[in-house]
Design a protein around this ligand. Structure first.
Ligand SMILES: NC(=O)c1ccc[n+]([C@@H]2O[C@H](COP(=O)([O-])OP(=O)(O)OC[C@H]3O[C@@H](n4cnc5c(N)ncnc54)[C@H](OP(=O)(O)O)[C@@H]3O)[C@@H](O)[C@H]2O)c1
Length: 298
């Protein structure tokens, strides 16, 4: 408890385990930051509080976070441009993961865009808006707003492999993918991560997480706090009250305990929430807490 209080006061990440994303050359803190919430309402347009958004990004990096998740579709471009303005030139330790495979329409929808020429353009757009010559991690986003959908990813993933061979991408991943699509991608080229919907209340990927852990591949849950409607659960609130902390801290601590290959990218547009979430990384849950929390999504 003393340690937790100290971390709260210092606003820094507790000495957090790292995860090797690439073959030896790309290490990130397991506790990262998801930048999607920095754009305007429903991830369209600029934020109402631009200085606040820049401050959140700087606070995340100052706290010791070395993994930021983004996409040029957020805003669109807005989130990447904020990251560049706040953090460029980037620290050597900072790694930015992005996504391609989708675009935005005038209504704020997220239509798929996975034809080879669309993917090449999205990779170029990410390089430009982030101010990079090479992207550390690019996830191919599959499925649609309803979730993963079956179907071959071979053509789209093959296009990203070509861009990797051209030196524009270091590592590949897949997102919003079925277990079959993950396996199909692995049959084409190595992947370093899978980014899918998962949190205390949505546990459909439990078998996939365990398989990836055995293979040394990171699993990066999106909506780790429940997304646009943050998690609400009597059990979560009860554990948080017992621990004297916030429910969101407990939800993140549970994810870190769930499996060693889970990397966190919680999103927030608030520096206060960022600090609250960071506190979750240092929270030590008891076996009793874990049993209670495990029951939420079962
Ligand atoms: N691959 C994909 O298809 C996909 C889809 C969605 C998201 N993502 C990625 O996943 C990341 C995380 O997802 P997300 O940001 O949408 O959802 P999330 O991390 O589950 O939750 C974000 C929501 O929780 C709120 N929140 C954060 N910390 C809080 C706290 N301590 N107390 C109370 N509320 C808190 C935020 O509001 P405030 O801003 O007010 O804090 C925001 O409404 C995104 O940033 C994005 O990079 C990927």
């Amino acid at each position: 408890m003393h340690d937790e209080r100290q971390q709260h006061e210092q606003h820094t990440l507790p000495s957090s385990p790292r995860w090797y994303l690439g073959p030896g050359d790309l290490t990130v803190t397991r506790f990262g930051y998801g930048a999607m919430q920095l754009a305007g309402p429903w991830v369209m347009g600029p934020p109402a509080d631009r200085e606040g958004a820049l401050a959140v990004l700087r606070a995340a990096v100052e706290a010791g976070i070395t993994h930021i998740d983004t996409s040029d579709a957020y805003g669109p471009r807005i989130t990447n441009e904020l990251i560049r303005e706040a953090l460029h030139p980037y620290r050597a330790s900072l790694h930015i993961a992005t996504k391609v495979g989708g675009t935005r329409d005038a209504q704020g929808g997220w239509p798929p865009a996975r034809r080879p020429e669309e993917l090449r353009q999205q990779v170029r757009d990410n390089l430009t808006s982030l101010g990079l010559d090479v992207l550390d991690v690019v996830n191919l986003r599959l499925g649609d707003a309803e979730g993963p959908q079956p179907g071959s990813l071979a053509e789209a993933f093959g296009t990203l492999v070509e861009l990797q061979q051209q030196g524009l991408i270091r590592h590949l991943g897949v997102s919003n993918a079925t277990a079959e699509q993950v396996a199909e991608a692995q049959g084409i080229a190595p992947i370093v991560c899978v980014q899918n919907l998962y949190n205390l209340a949505h546990r459909q990927d439990d078998p996939l997480i365990d398989r990836l852990a055995a293979e040394g591949i990171a699993y990066v849950p999106f909506f780790p706090l429940g997304g646009f409607t943050p998690l609400q659960s009597a059990a979560l609130s009860a554990v948080a009250a017992r621990r004297g902390t916030a429910p969101m801290s407990v939800a993140l601590a549970w994810l870190l305990r769930r499996s060693p290959n889970i990397l966190l990218i919680p999103g927030t547009s608030s520096t206060a929430h960022l600090r609250e979430n960071i506190a979750g990384a240092g929270l030590d849950l008891s076996p009793e807490d874990l049993t209670e929390l495990d029951a939420i999504g079962r």
